[in-house]
Design a protein. Sequence first.
Length: 174
Amino acid sequence: MADRPTIVSGLTTAPALLDPAAVASPSAPEPGAGVGAEAANVEARRRVEGAVQVLLIEDLPRVQQILRDVVEEPSLYEVCAVADGEAQAIADFDRLQPHAVIIDLKLRQGSGLGFLQAVRARKLAVQPLLIVITNHALPVLETACRQAGADHFLDKSRDLGRLRGLMDQAFGRA
């Protein structure tokens, strides 16, 4: 029974997360979550004063350190917390309200997709920058993540070098 997928809000989560056939089609975006909301998010991100607070969601300590090395820069970007599971990530997100979140899909507990759904369900006035990083960059997973609210979807093995550039662009720090 441990290998059976769990369905949460119409999306399949771990352990079947990496099986494209198991990822159910997510629901359509909320009404009003279109161009106007995106413009408000862009403007709010550019007004962040001080260091941008970044939550890292990654289960492997070595990759956590690599991400910290890529992201952190004094007075620009500060990693405010590192979570290795979905429940811990949601608790850290609610407690810290970070400006940006870097999310791995496969976690020690739960999934990055479950985290995205939880953030989307909060219907925040200003959404944080949500960047998914994964070693499983399948088109069906990218579609599911983007429909769940991800701003960017990166392949860890190829796209990690783009991470800071995307953050600089989003927060007007280029």
